[in-house]
Design a protein around this ligand. Structure first.
Ligand SMILES: *[C@@H]1O[C@H](CO)[C@@H](O)[C@H](O)[C@H]1NC(C)=O
Ligand SMILES: *[C@@H]1O[C@H](CO)[C@@H](O)[C@H](O)[C@H]1NC(C)=O
Ligand SMILES: *[C@@H]1O[C@H](CO)[C@@H](O)[C@H](O)[C@H]1NC(C)=O
Ligand SMILES: *[C@@H]1O[C@H](CO)[C@@H](O)[C@H](O)[C@H]1NC(C)=O
Ligand SMILES: *[C@@H]1O[C@H](CO)[C@@H](O)[C@H](O)[C@H]1NC(C)=O
Ligand SMILES: *[C@@H]1O[C@H](CO)[C@@H](O)[C@H](O)[C@H]1NC(C)=O
Length: 401
């Protein structure tokens, strides 16, 4: 058993390290040929094309340096998240590529199969759930056309924009895109609240075709995920197993107790770090009202785990003086409480890690690796449980006459 105990953390660390090294994804740059059905008009004049990084969206464009405004032809294509949904693309004149403040083009299919395409001014009220109505925008938009491909399900929009260079610098346009699953009475309804719906923005340089985004966020998310799994999900349960079964394995209780405490302290330290990163992630405005379940459980985990760490100071100590019976009883009750909170904690942690997987959606292999580790830990625990049981039966037999 000692071998299992020692080698697990090392194995886990290897797994974690390889996760950190391979989780950056390759960037795609050129488009699929999804505009080919749409070669007349603006789409035929597109000189650049870029696969956007989320939602399977693509943007094609060409520009002419006219005065006073730059003329930009754009073609945008994406597949709505359900039949009868909508697609949107827009420019934000503010300092950040974000939904609020975006001057958008939105297209969807009407009930009779024809397409509707309009300009929209997305405001804070839109984000708060107000009805989204077509409205004029400051940018002059000509030749709006929307098309639908039966074959792929993609909706394609094209338009010619006249951009005032003092508001929209084509070397650093803040653009956002989105897809939604339904339109009710000509009103596009809220999009889904998944990370890929929040990640659909970037700053684009139309002259070179390059897109820029802050990669810090993705790194923070990876770190939060990996550290949470390692600290809360692996070190803490190992510490519990060490404590639960040590007394039946070896006489040397002090050593096993120190091992338990050091696993819990390192698990707590790593976990709290992950938790702090999670708090920082939460402070993003668009995360604010989302992933409530994961957040709430995370906060409960923090509170319970902190309470458990207090055990270092709160545990009733063995005394040589006074009523030893009372002390014994207090220590026993305290032990039951400490164990109950501990098992509750492990359950909540496991639930929340799966919730985290559902939010981050890493490649499935990571989830299966975690499931494998859980299974391995459960097997070890189960094996030890059986060993204790057998030993107790034998002892009972020996002690009976
Ligand atoms: C496409 O380009 C041709 C020639 O380059 C031009 O005549 C035509 O007006 C352009 N079409 C659009 C919609 O900009
Ligand atoms: C489809 O419906 C819209 C209004 O919802 C109407 O303006 C349009 O003429 C209709 N088109 C056809 C081909 O029926
Ligand atoms: C669009 O909304 C912004 C506020 O987000 C407002 O300042 C602007 O005047 C609006 N534009 C139009 C054309 O209504
Ligand atoms: C694209 O849509 C426009 C109207 O929005 C229509 O005139 C044109 O025929 C459509 N093209 C295709 C290839 O469906
Ligand atoms: C240039 O853009 C500004 C604002 O974007 C608009 O008010 C103006 O009418 C445009 N001028 C031309 C000639 O398109
Ligand atoms: C647009 O941005 C580029 C690069 O950031 C900068 O060099 C250029 O001066 C800007 N142009 C205007 C009109 O602000």
């Amino acid at each position: 058993m000692a071998i299992t105990m020692v080698s697990s953390p090392a194995l886990v660390f290897l797994v974690v390290a390889s996760f950190l090294c391979t989780s950056t994804q390759a960037q795609r740059s050129s488009c699929d040929n999804s505009f080919s059905f749409f070669e007349e008009g603006i789409a035929g004049n597109v000189t650049h094309c870029r696969k956007l990084r989320t939602l399977g969206a693509e943007l094609g464009w060409s520009y002419r340096n006219t005065t006073p405004n730059v003329t930009v032809n754009i073609v945008f294509s994406a597949i709505p998240s359900a039949a009868g949904g909508w697609v949107a693309w827009g420019l934000n004149p503010g300092s950040k590529p974000q939904m609020v403040g975006t001057r958008a083009l939105i297209a969807f299919r009407r009930a009779n199969g024809t397409l509707e395409m309009n300009t929209y001014n997305l405001t804070r009220d839109t984000m708060l759930g107000c009805k989204l109505q077509p409205s004029p925008i400051e940018v002059q938009v000509r030749n709006m056309q929307a098309n639908y491909s039966e074959e792929t399900g993609a909706v394609t929009m094209s338009a010619a924009l006249s951009l005032d260079p003092s508001t929209y610098n084509i070397s650093e346009l803040k653009h956002v895109w989105q897809v939604g699953s339904s339109v009710v009475d000509q009103v596009p309804q809220k999009h889904r609240m998944r990370l890929k719906n929040f990640d659909s923005f970037e700053i684009i340089d139309l002259t070179t075709g390059r897109g820029f985004r802050d990669t810090g966020l993705a790194k923070q998310r990876d770190a939060h995920g990996v550290l949470s799994v390692f600290g809360w999900g692996i070190l803490l349960p190992i510490g519990v197993i060490v404590k639960r079964y040590s007394r039946n394995i070896s006489k040397n209780q002090e050593v096993w107790f120190m091992l338990h405490v050091s696993f819990q302290i390192s698990g707590y330290t790593v976990g709290i770090t992950a938790w702090g990163i999670g708090l920082a992630l939460m402070s993003n405005s668009w995360h604010f009202n989302t992933f409530k379940g994961h957040r709430t459980i995370g906060i409960i985990i923090f509170c319970l785990a902190t309470l458990q760490m207090m055990a270092l100071w709160l545990k009733p100590s063995k005394t040589n003086e006074g009523d030893t019976n009372t002390t014994d009883r207090r220590r026993r009750y305290w032990g039951v409480y400490h164990q109950l909170v501990g098992y509750t904690l492990i359950t909540l942690i496991t639930v929340n890690i799966f919730k985290g997987f559902a939010i981050l959606r890493p490649p499935p292999v990571w989830k299966w690796m975690y499931v494998g580790l859980l299974a391995a830990l459960s097997c070890v625990a189960f094996g030890l449980e059986v060993a204790i049981w057998v030993k107790q039966c034998r002892n009972a037999k020996n002690s009976s006459p």
